[in-house]
Design a protein around this ligand. Sequence first.
Ligand code: HEM
Length: 550
Amino acid sequence: MLPDSEWLSRQLGLAVLWPGVSSVLLLVFLAISTWVLSRVITSVHRYYINCQRLRCFPQPPLQNWFLGHLRLIDSNEEGLIRTVQLVNTFREIFLMWMGPFHPLVILCHPDYIRPLTSASANIAPKDKIFYGFLEPWLGDGLLLSKGDKWSHHRRLLTPAFHFDILKSYVKIFNQSTNIMHEKWKHLCAGSSTHLDMFEHISLMTLDSLQKCIFSYDSGCQKKSNPYISAILELSSLVACRSKQLLFFWDSLYYLTSQGRRFSRACHLVHDFSDAVIQARRRILDKHGCDSYFSSKDKGKTMDFIDVLLLAKDENGNTLSDKDIQAEADTFMFEGHDTTASGISWALYNLAQHQEHQDRCRQEIQELLRGRHPEEIEWSNDRPVIPRDDLSQMPFLSMCIKESLRLHPPVVTVTRFCTKDIQLPDGRIIPKGNRCLINIFGTHHNPSVWTNPEVYDPYRFDSNKSQKMSPLAFIPFSAGPRNCIGQNFAMSEMKIVLALTLLQFRVFSDGFLPQRKPELILRAEGGLWLRVEPILNSSSPGLHRLETPQE
Ligand code: HEM
């Protein structure tokens, strides 16, 4: 026996056992205690070293040693105002503590964002802590996957967003917008009416996406549809969950009524996408790939499911049904709310600035004057004919970009550093830390933008914007994990806004909406604008726009 082991055995109640057994148990106990102690010492040492290395970054005064800066973070108007104040003070980079053990490095200047966004996806992968709640819904789709799976899928999916594919969606954007306008005209009943932009535009973007991804017309803008209701419910449940600390534990969350609703809605959404994929597989088996896709050449739209079914890497590997489902669900999620937020805030900014609204309207009217819709072609097919409508709306594009700057739909993205990241001033973000690229903060940073709070589309005048850092304006993030759908989103936003401005005047009634950053930037209680139909806006050219190669 070891010295003093008798005493220890007595304390641990092992003395009653046979001496041999008690010695073995004692040794096991000592081994476990040594291991636990060494783990604790290593963690404390690592924590101490990390704190020392992070000391080079400024931080706002700690409100409380336990909560750290948690009380400075609010998903509301005050939270955004505080972000702007912090950015005004620190300008480039600063540190915040999410409780006593979780530092967060916040970046809000292009020069400091660059080392992170230009790092490979393995060195600065996405941080799952902020996206974990989406996993049961989106599976291992592009937004959440990582490592080799992500890079393989990103390569396979990039062609799905090629302009040749996107051009076939333009007709869908036009149709869905026209359905929304019919509803608006009906609600206006000859004069004008107040509408919550988010409510109407989210339904319209969902309608468009369901047609682009699945070729499925649910008529959701006219009557409620279970699949669309489930997607809206999932988005609002995820936003709710992220505000309730207790619900962070899966085992507790799924016992609550919210958790059960979440599971039910997930099943419904998965069943829908699975049914479309299985039906498409059956058609392909019956008719063969060639005959099915040649029918698409004859006027039918090639949807995302088709593109995903056809996707093949250089070794001939295709995507499994489960992969296709995860990607389709991810596009539905990533594509609807973000674009709806972009369009809604753009209309809000144009309502606040009637002079810019009038100029946009004039630009579109001039572009479409005397045209018949059938004349408007895709520029790629006829490069000599300058009919690429969307690239010919420079002022509308400037207004959209300025709105995405002032009201970025995605306000932050996070990364986890698996290696030390060197900053331009020589400081280092130590490996093992989380970073938050503050898109909203960068877009409102006075060191990056003059008068950042002013809505001024002329900042994006091509002469001026050439001088701007490419990372000063990052609504779609940047680097290898930027938004794969940005051309899709820009085309949809231009079409919806152009058609809306041709048919309606939009006004704000002077009240300032309270911004609400959830999964996307919303407005508390909705974003209400007054819309007024423009009479005689029914000439044929006003109903359809086409999209070009950018
Ligand atoms: C105005 C509209 C949009 C905005 C502002 C936007 C913004 C973003 C941002 C900031 C990211 C990076 C997220 C991160 O790093 O955590 C992202 C990623 C992504 N977006 Fe978008 N998005 C928009 C529209 C769309 C659309 C229409 C689609 C698809 C139809 C889409 C699909 C995706 C996907 C799949 C990713 C993940 C890419 C990857 O990790 O490789 N987005 N988006």
